[in-house]
Each structure stands twice: as C-alpha cells, then as structure tokens.
Design a protein around this ligand. Structure first.
Ligand SMILES: *Cc1c(COP(=O)(O)O)cnc(C)c1O
Length: 416
C-alpha cells in the first residue's frame, strides 16, 4: 500500500472559489463561540434566515399548497426539462402584475433557489475573455461563481452617502467591448437599500449605451418598508435586455424549499436572438431542477398567499429596523451610514480609531463571537472592509439583546 500511487487529486479552483463565499467565514467565526464560558446563548445575526423565528413563519396557505401537491400524487414524477408548466405560468402572471407588458410561460425558468439561477447565468456568460461588472459590496455567490467560471470581475462601488446608489461614472469607465453584463441587487443585500425608478432608468440607459445586459437579483422584491416603492428592473426591459432572478426563499420565508426562477424580462427578444436563452436552457438541463412537488405547489402559492402575509412581514421588518437603527446610534464606535429601506440587512461602519485593540472587521467579529457569543458578518466577506453586516430579521427581543451585546463589547474595547 505504501508504494501505491493514486491518480486522483482535488481541483484547487473549487476551494479557492468557495473561500470567497460567506459560509467559510461564518464557520471560522462560529468556532469562537463558547456558550458555557460566556454564559450567553448564541445570537446569530450573521446571515438572514428568519424562518427559525416563530413570528416569521410562512403563511399556512404555503404549507397547505405543498401538502396538496404531495397528496395529489401528480408530482412524484420527473419534471419536464423546462419545468412544470402551470408553475412557470403562475410565476409569469405574478411578475407581470408589476410590468407594463405580460410575461409568457416561456419567459420563466425554474431553479433550485436563486443561488442556482446565479450559477447558471454566470456560467452561460463566461465566454473566454469576457468580463462582468459586479457591485461592491456584493452578495458573495456572484464573486465565487465568476471565479469558478473564470469570468473576469470588475467592481463598481455602491455609494453609502447616496443611499448606496450605483457609481455610474465608474461603470462607464470599467466597461469595454468584452463586458457582458452588470449585476444589481434590488432591494439590496448587503446594504438594505431600495433604488428609485429614476436611478434604475439611468442604469438601464447606461447599460444600453455600453451594449451590456442587466442581471437583476430581486429575491427581496416588495420587501420594502421605507418611502420608496419597489420597482422591478424588468420595467426597463424595452431599453435593455434584463434577466431577473427571483426566489421563494426570502419573501415566503422558506429558504429550505430551494425554489427560485430566472425570468427573461427582455421586450425586444434580444436574448432569444443571441441564443442566450438557449444556453440558459441547456445549462439548466445539465445542472438539475427543483423538486417536482414544490413546482406542483407553486401555482397556489402564487395565487393564494394573502397580501396580509406580506404586509405583516414588512411591518415586522420595519419595526425591527426602526429599533435597530436608533439603538445603533447610541453606540460609540459604530455608525450606520444609511437606514435600510428594504431586504433584511444593515451595513454598519466600524470607526476603528475609537477602539484600543480591534484591528479590522474580521477581528471585531471574531472577538465579538468569543466574548459575547454573538455572530455578525465581517464586511470583507461582502467586499467592504471595516463594515459589518447585520441581519434584522429576528425576534425583537433577540435584536434588543444583540444590540446590547454590541454596546458592551464596544465599551469594553473603547479608547478612553
Ligand atoms: C439569499 C439570496 C440569494 C439566494 O437565494 P436562494 O433562493 O435561497 O438560493 C440570492 N441573492 C441574494 C441577494 C440573496 O440575498
């Protein structure tokens, strides 16, 4: 056995790409948690999964839809390649409510969560030499998938002093004839911002000028609780080809169900003509589909989830963010440049000069975990150093307690 040579070895690119993701960083921070030593139960506001709190339970219509789908025995089969037709039609109708035109069944592809949609779109666009424009800060899956697909990444900044709007001058300078797309997340993760109709229109016009398509990640569609209404980028699908990514995970609070979609919101059919749509189909066939029973439940979920369910979730998020924003203001050493108006995250800036022994955002999060049994996500995990990202989709008493821990931590490490 000693002299035996084995031919297998790992592909290092996979590990390098995964290292950019959130999971690795959160696991490292988690290792610092010792609830017995601190005497404090862990508070995890480092990622966004409100489904663990009873006040964020999904609608019973959603639960019933799945039970009915299972009991019908119609959905135990393999799904057709492009997905179950009534599910796609229901999504097309649901999204068309917000658009000045009607989407067709064929404009919708079902995915294993939005995550799968991101992987497929970036893989499809990763032709040799191509580059893509990504926001900074960003949702890390875009970064890791681009790396794995050897798609060159160019970053434009989101501007905190302008409510995290896109730095469009920078976008114009970054793009060249190898640029394929620009990615937007609206409502924003990690910034909790919501873009106005006017800003979205400017982005669309810029993308048209540059001859690139838009990938609009709208997994937090309508999860807004500030002054600004949610406007889907597909509204500008006559100016520029837009592909919209959506999901049940965040709005319906069932992230474990792994169901999302890609919508072709491209009025002039340019993505058809350039065969991008065909490539998306082919890539989906190779990478798998969501369980048929979930697809069977989707028509009823889309048609029957009562507005009161969504309104209540937005109300809970608004109350949470109002409290969190006010309480953070009272803490020396941290600063919140823009109050969130959507999604479930807030970016908090660390003023490192006010601490004696906090080196950077990762150090802050590691020490906070160790001393307070509390988890936040270092901003460097989403591309913005010396910020931390905090989820506010939690029960109010948990948030209240969590903010108290941040306050104690900051006081203990403050320069006097
Ligand atoms: C959570 C999230 C996703 C992934 O959603 P799933 O449907 O659970 O895969 C994609 N994009 C953004 C911006 C997210 O916050």
């Amino acid at each position: 056995m000693e002299n035996q040579k084995w031919g297998f070895k790992k592909n290092n690119e996979v590990n390098a790409a995964a290292a950019i993701g959130m999971r690795n960083i959160l696991e490292t921070i988690m290792r610092n948690i010792d609830e017995t030593r601190t005497g404090k139960a862990m508070i995890h506001l480092g990622h966004g999964d409100p489904s663990v709190y009873s006040c964020f339970r999904t609608s019973n219509i959603v639960e019933l839809s799945l039970v009915e789908s299972i009991q019908s025995a119609n959905f135990n089969c393999y799904a057709p390649n492009d997905g179950v037709d009534p599910a796609r039609r229901a999504i097309a109708e649901f999204l068309s409510r917000d658009l000045p035109y009607k989407l067709k069944t064929d404009d919708i592809f079902v995915t294993v969560g939005a995550e799968h949609g991101i992987h497929v779109l970036l893989q499809v666009l990763a032709s040799p030499g191509a580059n893509i424009l990504l926001p900074r800060p960003n949702y890390p899956t875009y970064e890791s998938r681009a790396k794995l697909s050897q798609l060159e990444v160019r970053h434009f900044d989101l501007l905190p002093e302008k409510g995290w709007e896109v730095d469009l001058d920078r976008v114009k300078k970054l793009a060249d004839n190898k640029t394929v797309a620009i990615v937007l997340i609206n409502p924003g993760n990690p910034c909790g911002n919501v873009y106005t109709f006017e800003h979205l229109k400017k982005i669309a016009e810029t993308a048209r000028q540059l001859g690139i398509m838009i990938i609009s990640d709208e997994v937090y569609a309508h999860q807004v609780f500030g002054e600004k209404p949610f406007v889907p980028m597909g509204v500008f699908g006559d100016i520029v080809p837009v592909v919209t990514i959506g999901s049940l995970s965040k709005r319906w609070i069932v992230p474990g169900w792994r169901f999302g979609w890609i919508a072709i919101t491209d009025r002039n059919g340019l993505l058809q003509k350039t065969k991008i749509v065909d490539s998306i189909k082919n890539c989906l066939v190779m990478t798998g589909e969501p369980p048929t029973v979930i697809q069977g439940a989707v028509p009823r979920i889309m048609k029957d989830t009562p507005d009161s369910f969504f309104l209540n979730i937005n109300k809970l998020l608004k109350e949470a963010v109002d409290m969190v924003y006010e309480k953070l203001k009272e803490i020396q050493g941290v600063d919140c440049p823009h109050k969130p108006e959507g999604s479930m995250f807030v970016m908090v800036k660390l003023n490192l000069s006010s601490f004696v022994d906090v080196v950077d955002d990762t150090d802050f999060c590691m020490k906070l975990a160790k001393e307070e049994s509390m988890i936040l996500l270092p901003g460097s995990a989403v591309g913005l150093k010396n910020f931390v990202r905090m989820s506010f989709a939690a029960e109010k008493k948990i948030l209240f307690c969590g903010i108290g821990r941040i306050k104690h931590f900051c006081l203990r490490h403050a320069k006097h």
